[in-house]
Design a protein around this ligand. Sequence first.
Ligand SMILES: Cc1ncc(COP(=O)(O)O)c(C=O)c1O
Length: 380
Amino acid sequence: MDRIYLDHAATSPMRPQVIEKMLEVMNTTFGNPSSIHSFGREARHYIDLARAAMAESIGAKENEIIFTSGGTEADNMALFGAAESYRQNGKHIITTQIEHHAVLHACNKLEKMGFEVTYLPVDETGRISIQDLKDALRDDTILVSVMYGNNEVGTIQPIKEIGQVLKEHPAKFHTDAVQAYGVEKIDVNECLIDLLSVSAHKINGPKGIGFLYVRSDIKIAPRMFGGEQERKRRAGTENVASIAGFHEAVLIAVKELGTKRQKFNGYKEMFIKELKRQDIAFHVNGFLENSLPHVLNLSFPGTNVEAMLVNLDLAGIAVSSGSACTAGSIEPSHVLVAMYGKDSEKITNSIRFSFGFTTTTEEILKASEETAKAVRRLTK
Ligand SMILES: Cc1ncc(COP(=O)(O)O)c(C=O)c1O
């Protein structure tokens, strides 16, 4: 049976060019990038090139990019680093109820450390309101962390407007762009973003590597102590092969952003059209338009998520109930709870389909057909 992978928001396969680049680096360049000699300099060169490309991709400067072990570390570095650096200005942090756990659990820990955190609610589409943000801002607010695009339902937050609100306030602005980077055109200057998290494995790069953008006038207390790597902001010998692979993935992502958006939006439309043609009852969680193009989250009344996942898996279709971290556990999705309330049926019958570079029209047609079959079987 041919399997169909529609879980690219959980993780994505590496591009062949990424693997080739990593093999090239592993085969030829073992030097420590901190060494002065030619072996070290060769390794350093790969890092410098990667840093420059990543900075350019978001309109940043090279010295504003810090390599991390992925999105989780970038989020943690932003939150704990800014909290520690600006605690003399206040102890209040604002985030949202629908953040990834890398932000939410970091905020829970910050609360235990004496910080006060406001978790902004969202409406039924998963968006925060700018008025709620304005109302929550206080003189002692030091940090606002609002994700760019949601990993479960794809809803995009009003990032530019948030940047404008914070223009008049000293609080620093962090956004988790782990799902948005590579499918949305992001400019940190246009949106007035101070800190931004990215992860390579969501854009067809290797796992275990990412970066945090830190605007040059923002202070970030380090979380890791040791050598002087990353301008003393993140000690430890760099993962050179992964950084080079990540670089390759970024170049492809930048080049293909436009075509990818068009293709994935087309897949969404096709999926929906097929379900309608088959007379299947469903509801789109979030928006169809103001949403990450690769994420489609649908609720199927009368079904339940575990049975749907098993039925689809038996048909060779890999999808998800939401974020990979909560899949497999019976915990309801905190994102859907924030959108619809804890008693909504949508919490128990929603499925996330997410697309990537390997996804084809044939796969979308087959997946929608199998989804329709599973829904019919479960609602009989
Ligand atoms: C929005 C978001 N933030 C953070 C992360 C964590 O990234 P990583 O897996 O690189 O630690 C993820 C991954 O699922 C994510 O979707």
